[in-house]
Design a protein around this ligand. Structure first.
Ligand code: CMC
Length: 449
């Protein structure tokens, strides 16, 4: 049982074991902001006990100075800067610099950083052949996992991350090449020729150019659309120790090379509870179809027996409006206005669904608000991306966050291989059964029916 004195947060917790009469003190560590943490590193050594926390709902897996989230108050800051300021005043490459290096760049730093990133935008030509090995109908996220993992087979001069120069080149390569990789995944799926990067374009414009231009026509795009794409990347740049970032850190903790680690992060992002939610939102809105059907789906979402959830709603950390969602909603307005699509039926449906859910007791009591994915799919669809590309776009924006978190971990002197423990609930030791005496309850019987 823990003793806790509210007024003396520096006082360690004391665990007392009634059976043995022994006690154990747990030091409390303060962060710059957010909850203090119990330092249980010596818990097992001194008490023989593990802690149990499936889904890591109460566990800080590392210390970090990159991103801070206050879920109760809907605050997101990168290196101390509010996401709203970054989304309205910075461009994406500035945010990349900030996440990687800890501060916003001077104009000279910015010029050099942009130059470095633009020199790494092309892919090794042999890597381009790898795309042709995929089926045309492969999900672009499957291609992303494969191609990003394969980067380590092509860039041997940046896999020794104990060397700071190689480490930085790997970071720059990943930030620079990920839009090219994503755009090529799209081009491959639609059967159009790959478009090589053009380094006089901005990061976001270059990506749109590689995705939507064709050799037969001039490519022109409105600066407002470019700005919306750039802002989309900013809003996805990092988000503390979420599933994919933790995956990158866990993979990296074993000493795996950065390209393999980011491929692992992409795989984790793919799931519908994480990065796949923006795709799921559009599917859900299309399924709902019209405003009259909203109550049916709200009812389904509230039914414990029904697995249906309102996609784009709720968040592990935010128990308030996700600050990214409000910027995204504003951006959706701007993009649709620019494209003369303000009456877009899915957007109108989303606005109505949000209004109804935010006034429903179930959502109010459980503190379920729209998250970043609720409006992002509407923007991406309006821009012409197929839903299968939505998570790819998330991955492009998030790559800088993953690689910054990976770099922070590698440079942390107390970096240890990640090795969670478990609560074992299987058989105790039992005698080996010879085949002739085994029960004939083969699990394959039903598989092979
Ligand atoms: N619709 C209906 N009920 C919900 C929803 C939802 N979208 N989200 C949570 N709940 C309910 C949930 O059933 C649970 O109810 P009860 O207490 O009766 O069991 C309660 O709210 C708490 O939910 P939880 O599952 O404990 O919350 P979590 O922190 O484990 O899950 C989540 C967070 C994001 C996985 C979940 O809210 C969800 O599945 N949302 C829909 C998918 C989605 O939009 N994901 C994108 C997340 S944001 C992008 C990112 O950062 O990756």
């Amino acid at each position: 049982m823990a003793d806790y004195d509210d007024n003396k947060i520096d006082t360690p917790f004391t665990l007392f074991n009634n059976e043995t009469g022994k006690s154990f003190e747990i030091p409390v560590i303060k962060g710059t902001d957010g909850p203090d943490v119990l330092d249980i590193r010596k818990l097992y050594q001194d008490t023989g006990l593990f802690t149990y926390d499936p889904g890591f709902t109460s566990t800080a897996s590392c210390d970090s100075s990159i991103t801070y989230i206050d879920g109760k108050n809907g605050i997101l800051r990168h290196r101390g800067y509010d996401i709203n300021d970054l989304a309205s005043k910075s461009d994406f490459l500035e945010v990349c610099y900030l996440l990687l290096h800890g501060d916003l760049p001077s104009s000279e730093d910015k010029r050099k950083f942009n130059e470095v990133i633009s020199t790494h935008t092309m892919l090794h030509e042999q890597l381009v052949n790898l795309y042709r090995g995929f089926r045309r109908d492969a999900h672009p996220m499957a291609i992303m996992v494969g191609v990003v993992g394969a980067l380590s087979a092509f860039y041997h001069d940046s896999t020794d991350f104990s060397d700071i120069n190689q480490r930085m080149i790997a970071c720059h390569r990943l930030i620079a090449k990920i839009p090219t990789i994503g755009a090529m995944a799209y081009k491959y799926s639609v059967g159009q020729p790959f478009v090589y990067p053009k380094n006089n374009l901005s990061y976001a414009e270059n990506f749109l150019y590689m995705t939507f231009s064709v050799p037969t026509e001039n490519f022109e795009i409105s600066p407002k659309i470019v700005k919306a794409m750039d802002r989309f990347f900013i809003l996805h740049a990092d988000h503390e120790q979420n599933a994919s970032t933790s995956t990158v850190r866990l993979a990296g903790s074993s000493g795996a090379n950065p390209f393999a680690c980011i491929a692992a992060g992409i795989a984790s992002l793919w799931g519908p509870a994480h990065g796949g939610a923006n795709e799921a939102v559009i599917k859900m809105l299309e399924e709902i179809g019209s405003v009259e059907n909203i109550p049916i789906y709200i009812k389904k979402a509230k039914d414990n027996e029904d697995p249906f959830r309102l996609m784009g709603f709720g968040h592990r950390v935010y128990k308030n409006y996700d600050p990214r969602a409000s910027v995204m909603k504003e951006s959706a307005h701007e993009v649709l206005k620019e494209l003369n699509k303000l009456d877009d039926p899915l957007f109108q449906l989303a606005l109505e669904l949000e209004k109804i859910a935010l006034n429903d007791n179930y959502f109010i009591e459980k503190k379920l608000f729209p998250n970043v994915d609720f409006y992002s799919g509407i923007i991406l669809k309006a821009l012409g991306f197929p839903t299968s590309m939505f998570t790819v776009l998330f991955a492009i924006g998030r790559t800088v966050g993953w690689i910054s978190q990976w770099k922070e971990m590698i440079e942390d002197p107390i970096n240890k291989i990640g090795r969670p423990r478990q609560l074992y609930k299987g058989h105790n030791s039992r005698e080996y059964q010879l085949e002739s005496t085994r029960e004939k309850k083969s699990i394959f019987k039903w598989l092979w029916k």
